[in-house]
Design a protein around this ligand. Structure first.
Ligand SMILES: *Cc1c(COP(=O)(O)O)cnc(C)c1O
Length: 401
């Protein structure tokens, strides 16, 4: 639990120190990795009590004397969760936010959806565009949900007494549309709103402060930041967190402790990575906008992409982020040719890592999305990395020439 002194820290101090409160007592400086799949039991009675607490989504207490089994709880994952929660501090009925970590971003999103089905409200309202995997999960109805896709204007009519969740993403994937989170939360009323905060990151946007109930991240992206670990986190109230931990214990979605260690190790540099990648993205977006073969540049930091001042007036997001998308005037052929001519920039899916990546959403990440909602064939999505901006721009210049 965050103490008042901790929540007074700035984001860089939080990034460096959060989730390390017990290290001095343990007599260590680096984050310990606990790989135990099972744990010694202090006795049948107390062991059984600990099992009961953890399997129903509770957090362990010192009195339990055991974590029983790794699927129920792992201390390395727990430290990472404590750290992530502190990036989006908030209180719900006097209780601080908690984070719950999963093996992937999709496992995190599936757990949020399942927890709402369990609450007896299986109808989900989604506002497109969404990440292709999320769109697919909702459209498929695999978890017993049925979905209505709409836009912000259609939201009041789409919500029924069975609606258990409103799902949004801002900036949206892949064309980086901005959605007013406060407005959606106001319209949704008592229906919880889940914001996929992967693209914005906790550094630039904190949805819970704007009225969302769940802030979800694919930790595979900016939180991990190095392209070598997969994970997902949900930051939410302690009541929702308990329900999510129960889903996680039952379905087996716990984050792997090695990945938790790698991602926790990368957290101290997340604010500076994101700020620096954002500056590179702004420079690249401005340069791309001056190219005649590029029909459109989608970047939340450009006034044309931010009609309501959600970025420009700082009402929602502290900057345009580090993702840029473009629509090539020459359609699919021009997009495919650009993707294959780049040399420094890697043609690959995923995002949020230290190196610049480019991919074609209609063919790849958004392949399962219904035709009417699919991004254009000329659209390419760029995750801008930490290289020198002149080198990124020079690579695009040679590829477009
Ligand atoms: C990648 C991604 C996901 C899914 O995360 P995984 O870790 O790949 O399961 C969800 N939402 C967004 C916006 C993403 O970019």
């Amino acid at each position: 639990m965050p103490t008042p002194a901790h929540s007074a820290w700035g984001i860089n101090t939080t990034a460096v120190h959060a989730g390390r409160d017990d290290l001095t007592d343990l007599g260590v400086h680096a984050l310990p990795i606990d790989l135990s799949t099972t744990n010694p039991l202090p006795g049948v009675e107390r062991g059984g009590q600990a099992y009961e607490t953890l399997a129903t989504g509770g957090r362990p207490s010192a009195a339990d004397g055991t974590h029983v089994y790794r699927r129920l709880w792992n201390p390395t994952v727990g430290r990472f969760e404590d750290a992530v929660a502190r990036f989006e501090p908030c209180t719900f009925s006097g209780e601080d936010t908690e984070a719950v970590a999963f093996g992937t971003g999709m496992a995190a999103i599936a757990a949020v959806v399942l927890s709402r089905v369990k609450a007896g409200r299986p109808h989900v309202v989604g506002i497109r565009p969404l990440y292709g995997g999320t769109d697919h999960l909702l459209e498929h109805g695999l978890l017993g949900t049925h979905v209505t896709f709409t836009d912000v204007h259609g939201l009041p009519a789409a919500i029924t007494e069975h609606t258990g969740l409103v799902v949004i993403e801002s900036p949206g994937n892949p064309t980086l549309e901005l959605i007013d989170i406060s407005e959606v939360a106001r319209i949704a009323g008592e229906v919880p709103v889940m914001v996929d905060n992967t693209f914005a990151t906790s550094v630039l946007q904190r949805p819970l402060e704007l009225g969302a109930a769940f802030s979800v991240h694919s930790a595979t992206k900016y939180i991990g930041g190095h392209g070598d670990a997969m994970g997902g986190v949900v930051i939410t109230s302690s009541a929702h967190a308990q329900a999510l931990r129960q889903v996680r214990a039952i379905t087996g979605g716990l984050l792997d402790p090695m990945s938790a260690f790698l991602m926790h190790r990368g957290l101290p540099t997340m604010p500076i990575r994101v700020q620096h990648q954002q500056a590179n993205a702004a420079a690249l977006a401005a340069w791309l906008a001056s190219q005649s073969s590029v029909a459109r540049v989608f970047y939340p930091g450009l006034a044309a992409c931010d009609p309501h001042g959600l970025v420009g007036q700082g009402r929602q997001m502290a900057g345009g982020g580090a993702m840029v998308s473009i629509a090539m005037g020459g359609g699919f052929d021009a997009a495919a040719s650009l993707a294959s001519r780049l040399r420094l920039v890697l043609h690959a899916v995923s995002l949020g890592g230290i190196d610049t990546l480019i991919q074609h959403p209609a063919a790849l990440t958004h392949r399962p999305v219904a035709a009417a909602a699919k991004p254009g064939q000329g659209v390419l999505r760029i995750s801008v990395g930490l290289e020198d901006p002149e080198d990124i721009i020079a690579d695009f210049a040679q590829a477009l020439a």
